[in-house]
Design a protein around this ligand. Sequence first.
Ligand SMILES: Nc1nc2c(ncn2[C@@H]2O[C@H](COP(=O)(O)OP(=O)(O)OP(=O)(O)O)[C@@H](O)[C@H]2O)c(=O)[nH]1
Length: 989
Amino acid sequence: MSNGKVRIYDLAKELNRDNKDLLTICEKLAISVKSHSSTISDEEAAQIRQEAETFTPPVAPKPMRPAQAPARPKPSVPMPVKKSQQIVAVHSTHSRPTPALAPTSEGNSTPSLVEQPSRPVPQLHRPPAREGSLQPPIKPIVRAPQPPAPPAPATPEVEQLVQAQEPAPLPTLQGPPPRPRQSTPSTLGTTASASSLEGIAPPRKVRLPAPPRSQQLQHPEPLKVPGPKISVSGSEPVSPDVLPKPVHKLQPPPRLLDAPVRPAPPKPPGTGTSEDAIEVLQNDSVNRVLSTRGRRTRGKTAQEEEEELRAKNAAKGKRRTSGIEEEDELDFGADSLLKLQTIDVSQSLVRPPKPKATKSSRPVTVKPEAKPAPKKADKTDRRSHRGRDRQEEEEATRPEKITLDGSLTVQELAMKLVVPESEVIKILFFKGIAATINQALDLETAEMVTKELGIEVEAGTQESAAKKVTEMIEAGDLDYLQRRPPVVTIMGHVDHGKTSLLDAIRHAKVAQGEAGGITQHIGAYHVDVEHNGEPAQVVFLDTPGHEAFTAMRARGARVTDVAVLVVAADDGVQPQTIEAISHAKAAGVPIVVAINKIDKESAQPDRVKQELTEFNLVPEEWGGDTIMVPVSALQRENLDTLLEMILLVSEVEDLYANPDRPAKGTVIEAHLDKARGAVATFLVQNGTLRVGDVFVAGACLGKVRAMIDDRSQRVEAAGPSFAVEVLGLTDVPAAGDEFEVFTDEKAARSLADQRTMEQRQVRLAQAMAARRVSLTTLSDQAREGELKELNLVLKADVQGSLEAILASLGQLPQDQVQLRILLSAPGEITETDVDLAAASSAVIVGFNTTLASGARQAADQNNVDIREYNIIYKLLDDLQAAMEGLLDPEMVEEELGQAEVRATFAVAKGVVAGCYVQSGKLVRNCKIRVQRGSQTVHSGVLTSLKRMKDDAKEVATGFECGVRLDDFQGWQEGDVIAAYQTVAKRRTL
Ligand SMILES: Nc1nc2c(ncn2[C@@H]2O[C@H](COP(=O)(O)OP(=O)(O)OP(=O)(O)O)[C@@H](O)[C@H]2O)c(=O)[nH]1
């Protein structure tokens, strides 16, 4: 007692009574207490004391199994007088009901069990038991003095359990204090399950309030339902007399195995199956997931469940987790099932439900830091800091459909999808693609990610890119349209002869000069041909064939009117052939197939045709509509026919433009020329480009200083479909950027400024996103200290080089050190790049490019490392080495030398060992070990080293020296000093 307050359990002790007795007295005296730990006033305590003198613990109005009790000749389980709360399986009597007892249990036993008029049960809303439902194997505590145990019905297992749990018999059944969260029906059910599980389940401390008789009478159905009734959730009543049967229901593994991967078949409401048993898991989270599914099989939607749960929690005054705990608790009793279901569980975990289905099935990875850049999402962040709110918001703002047009970075895709970048990275990761935030994704991959998130990709997205050609034409041009030459892209697998073919067509040996046989840049070439007796022209875009240039090739197709697909007759359809077909088809560009190398003996043109039919390219002679021309680039065979066919195919295309207007078109390639500055190849798609024209290409302002055609001739004007190299740019635009001539220089300048500003913002966003990566997408690994990062700012002469480098960097192993490209852009290294690198501790890598004025100085000031390369392999090697450098070095011992102690001298500061250096050297402050025979008698640092009387930094082999240590004086002649140093050895990736 303290402060005039008395706790119930203190009082119980004082009165030598059970807590429950006192609670009962309290109830009787209308003293409001919640539990035995509640406090009451002294007056109330006095009342209770008084009452306790005459109080006899109430005997249950009826024995638990009145019909069965007499049948028990002797109580198989000795009932304890006190601490009887853990009767485990009294209901197991139902597991094998004798025919004689069955009717009794229908009529009486259930009500008798729960009939506790003095304890109202708040939860009387349980639905009747549902057929076939599984009951979680729970061992409720029926705090009850019991009638003598029925003899026959109790299974041996149950009896064992009961014996284990209840060492002493209880004379009577005693009602528990009111507990609002349990109901008797579930008790029945859970107990039944427990018994059905052969008593393996551990005892549960679930106290069950007894519902009033009326409640019990509301649920007579379960007793009438033939067949097993087991409920997983413990919320449904179960017919006691059919309880043994579920044992068989639970056994068959095939049904359990089905559960994780197959949605539950429709069942009558409340119906449980063995699948539900999978809810029983040790892992809480798994339990929740599976419980959710289990509940759904009973016909509830996620929303209903959510609401129900909230309502439950509100009623309990607890948070949601408590609901889960309760659920887990209820499931606890079926540990035995775990053994049976381990495989099922793991299956369900490795195959999470598709995110598309419902909110709950979407991978929950939205973290505050992982918010993508979109402004809308940021606002949401500010409004609410709760993850769930944000996720809901995010999902609400998530588009149903998006349009993908060509390759884009992970970040750009995440912004489009309104998901955190981490989500995209995660999806890619699970698909086996390790991507960084700024990694470019090709269309196919982006589509895959989009679909994975349940967002539709708008059909014909590539069409928009292809239509760019026609979009170049404005309404004002319509009256002045003239036919223009077709722009042709040559595509195909590596080494199938693209360059040779173009070369053969142009009569110039371009291919011979190429190092490694890889075409490095997109070039454009004009070919004059005679068509229908009239002179005509075909413009060829030379696309590189190496895999690394896939993205660039995709861009090439955008401005293309006809695609020539080169397939080597001796090699057939190869991966890049297929890729080229899909690019051309996606862009809606007609394909002319050039079956090359027919001069070779191994050539099999028909095999090529056959293979191409698999891709819906059926040759005309086989009844299809694809023109296939067998050619030999080497022998210049059939080239005229090929050109003829290209013109024929392009005839049906709307190839018109208005040459009498300022030019518009696309940047085919751009690079920084050391002598000439920024140089770009423009393909004019409408109008005529002239020397002196002011233009904006991407974000770059320019004035055409000179134009050079593919024959290195200066030209004054370039009409539609012409490709010319343009000098006079202020910066290097990106391949694929559009250009447009402006008559008003001011307007051009302001547009360029505006675009530059936009680009800066994108860069800033990229930098911010890059920072977020460390906090979000990589947080898991970073948290474990497993992952380190190497930030890079990558600048190169041309887009093609960049793409090649990026593709190669993607191949570097990044499981221990993550490479993050903060920026990759063509052009020289500028002060802005240095700023970005400084802010993000990045290294700047320049490939075939130069430093803008001030960049070097800024780099020195900011301690930014700028590395310049002109050989890609060197760059890759260095970067790999740098990544390896980031790994924690391995500390290894390196032997320095050995000296023998020949004499010892006591000095003021200690003992000096007079030594002779036998090998290597002794170095002051190096580490040493003093060895005496095979024993190391001391390890430490060589603090004082003298040669004669002077301090020495080191003493080499063959010299004598004096060694004194601060922390060791026990020298003995013959001791050997082993000197060594620890060096950091770089680990490799
Ligand atoms: N026999 C024969 N060889 C050819 C023919 N066309 C090209 N080749 C050879 O095939 C090889 C590859 O030719 P390229 O023109 O470089 O092939 P490519 O597709 O442009 O290669 P990348 O630029 O690396 O994608 C060269 O050795 C050519 O000599 C042909 O018609 N007949």
